[in-house]
Design a protein around this ligand. Structure first.
Ligand code: GLU
Length: 416
């Protein structure tokens, strides 16, 4: 969902990684980090907050390296913090990841039983442990990654390095974009073109379930069975401003076209097509608690309020629970009657809408339960609510809401 950069070449990788992360900043993110080889060891530096903070913390060290990977994170699992920031590490394996691993809980349970010790709350960390597990069985990095990915369900773009293979980056993707940049004796990986546009315009665009193995000698592309593939080189003619918008005229247009992907990410891992089972990990209300609800208030501001209007139709039509919609700024002042057994559903993209948060605090004092539908993991609304449903639509730059709105509607369809 957020940003990946990687570099292997003759120049110092550190400023290239930092500049790459800075050029991905427009996408929005909550933390950042890099990993790089120094004296045959991999070192990791990460922090919650801005790339600028990461830069100033490592700036004093005068680091030199010719190979590294970096990441800006938009949290989906685990709050924004230094421990949850990427890159993640297990043994000698270090990983940056964009996307969502649907079956991470099950994998984590199994890996813990086998003695793996986890240090973050992310879904990503299972990937390093799995790759580490197969690395310990003697497989090279690309084969260990292939074996690991056989067990993984979900969306990923990955940059992977391993301490005993200091001249290699493995990059692989499924349902999350990843590209390889080809310079003069130097190579890049990135989730987005702007990350390396100032160094090269020649790129290979990885298709789903393709893997790039990148060394100082060049780039080889394989499928996940290890069969080599031919890949054409595309020359990017976009200006940096066009590249930021993925070739679209406006961010809003780009986000409109992102809706199918955003909706997939809202549903991902929460609904099984096989048995119709619904599993919303961060939703903490029990079935019995849900059954006791006989009144629902949907409270929001702006576009989220429009999503609430649609939500009322869905809830009354299908769940047959009486529902009211309110604008947050008015709800507080109209002295509403909130019967016992009410559920207040607050909807806020950012999770920081002041009027909406004020409502949720006030209704909790009246004994109502609060469900927050929001897009930002660890936001105030999510922390203050009894239960939360994250829409996972990724950062939205357009001021007029598009994919955030659509995914709010999808979120509500889970509560029918
Ligand atoms: N799911 C991962 C996490 O929460 C990756 C998020 C991203 O794509 O930035 O750390």
């Amino acid at each position: 969902m957020c940003g990946i950069i990687g570099y292997i070449g003759k120049q110092n990788a550190i400023p290239i990684l930092i500049n790459g992360l800075k050029s991905l900043e427009y996408r929005g993110y909550d933390s950042a980090g890099i990993a790089f080889f120094r004296d045959s060891r991999i070192e990791v530096r990460r922090c919650a907050g801005k790339v600028r903070e990461l830069e100033s913390s490592i700036g004093r060290e005068n680091l030199q390296s010719i190979l590294g990977i970096g990441h800006t994170r938009w949290a989906t699992h685990g709050r924004p913090s230094e421990e949850n920031a990427h890159p993640h590490r297990a043994g000698g394996v270090v990983v940056v990841h964009n996307g969502i691993i649907e079956n991470y809980m099950e994998l984590k349970k199994g890996l813990k039983k086998e003695g793996h010790v986890f240090t973050s709350d992310t879904d990503t960390e299972v990937l390093c442990h799995l790759i580490d597990k197969y690395s310990q069985k003697g497989l090279g990095l690309e084969n260990a990654t292939r074996e690991a990915l056989k067990h993984v369900k979900g969306a990923y773009a990955l940059g992977i390095i391993r301490e005993d293979e200091p001249d290699k980056i493995v990059a692989v993707r499924k349902d999350s974009p990843l590209i390889v940049g080809l310079g003069d004796g130097e190579f890049f990986i990135a989730s987005d073109i702007p990350a390396f546009l100032s160094y090269t315009r020649d790129v290979m665009i990885l298709d789903n379930v393709e893997m790039a193995v990148i060394t100082h000698n060049g780039v080889s592309i394989y499928d996940l069975n290890g069969n080599p593939l031919d890949k054409k080189i595309t020359n990017i003619t976009w200006s940096p401003a066009m590249a930021e918008k993925g070739g679209y005229r406006h961010f809003m247009l780009k986000e409109i076209y992102e809706q199918p992907r955003a909706i997939m990410d809202t549903i991902r891992g929460r609904f099984s097509l096989e048995d119709g089972e619904v599993n919303i990990e961060e939703f903490s209300m029990t079935m019995d608690e849900l059954r006791e609800i006989d009144k629902i208030f949907l409270v929001a501001c702006g576009t989220s309020w429009h999503a609430a209007l649609v939500g009322k139709y869905m809830l009354e039509d299908i769940a047959r629970v009486s529902s009211e919609v309110d604008i947050a700024s008015e709800f507080r002042y109209r002295n509403p009657i909130i019967p016992k057994g009410s559920l207040v559903v607050v909807i806020t993209q950012s999770g920081e809408t002041a009027d909406t948060i004020a409502v949720q605090r006030e209704v909790k004092r009246c004994g109502a339960k609060v469900l927050s539908i929001c897009n930002v993991v660890g936001s105030t609304s999510a922390r203050d609510a009894d239960s939360v449903f994250y829409t996972h639509s990724g950062p939205e730059i357009g001021v007029a809401s598009t994919k955030a709105f659509t995914t709010q509607l999808v979120a509500k369809s889970f509560f029918r």
